[in-house]
Design a protein around this ligand. Sequence first.
Ligand SMILES: Cc1ncc(COP(=O)(O)O)c(C=O)c1O
Length: 383
Amino acid sequence: MSQTLPLRARAEIDLAALRANVRALRARAPRAALMAVVKSDAYGHGMVPCAKAALAAGATWVGTATPHEALALRAAGIRSRVMCWLWTPGGPWREGIEADLDMSVSGLWALTEVTAAAREAGRPARIHLKADTGLGRNGCQPADWPELVAAALAAEAEGTVEVTGLWSHFACADEPGHPSIAAQLDVFRQMVEYAEKAGVEPEVRHIANSPATLTLPQTHFDLVRTGIAIYGVSPSPELGTPADFGLRPVMTLAASVALVKQVPAGHGVSYGHHYVTADETTLGLVPLGYADGIPRHASGRGPVLIGGEWRRVAGRVAMDQFVVDLGGQKIEEGSEALLFGPGDRGEPSAEDWAQAADTIAYEIVTRIGARVPRVFLNEDPDE
Ligand SMILES: Cc1ncc(COP(=O)(O)O)c(C=O)c1O
């Protein structure tokens, strides 16, 4: 990257790294198909280019939360299997059927709506019945499962649905040895067995997210749904670093230093004056703020590589900018400030920012705002 950036700031998205991450994950789950989870604009990385890169590297499914995200993938020309799971009354079920989406059903209300839409569309809907095996979020409780399975089989008999999947989601797969992992797996096996004995013939059974894909081979079944790991971010520091799993961070967040100036000792910095210079020093202005997803919680703590040194946010992160104390170092306006990236140049990681903001790295990358342009690198899979 040049020292003088043409842009205020940018998020570079290394699609070669994303493809390599997908290949590394496929090698960890060799008997399962891989779904690239690209919800929330691919965790902030750019949904369509990331979906295409993942498919080029061997993913055969893409997954989103909302139907609107899934329909946007179809509108962009993506023809692979596309699954989405966060439905609310009103659908859009018919659009989902006509777009050949795989749609999650967690309860009778959804089955009623999707079968009505299938009758109108004149073709069956592909559905995945979701079991709540212990997460306590979306999904059907074990006590309600027989009724949902029976209703789905009746709909299959009348030709309004095809049950293509049975699935669930973990609560604590990122906490090694957590007792809920084995408990959920046990409940999942029982709920799958019940549905299959009742006559459901799913194409895919799936429960594994990134941490399960990386560390729990017994959870892989027919399909793994990997989100954070395809972006080269570890699901949790407790599990290991990205490098421990052969993954490489995909996003680099950089900004162009907007102003450097000398200030005297005792000078307050940014709103509330929570930082006051100890000595005469130089301050650097970084033109990124909480509107761009820089957490205000990282005020006084977030790390930035500038002029070869790690500096910390001085005082509060504001909406559009924050300040670092350069300790007398004189750098030029337009110099590069690297907030996070793969670490090749000694820059911090998204995980370092997560620690500084007391959150998880998922949130750091996903919240990088729309005002920061994504610059896609290595788009050509043949490179
Ligand atoms: C249902 C479901 N499956 C899979 C994933 C992917 O999880 P991860 O990013 O940990 O791989 C998510 C993300 O939260 C999800 O909601």
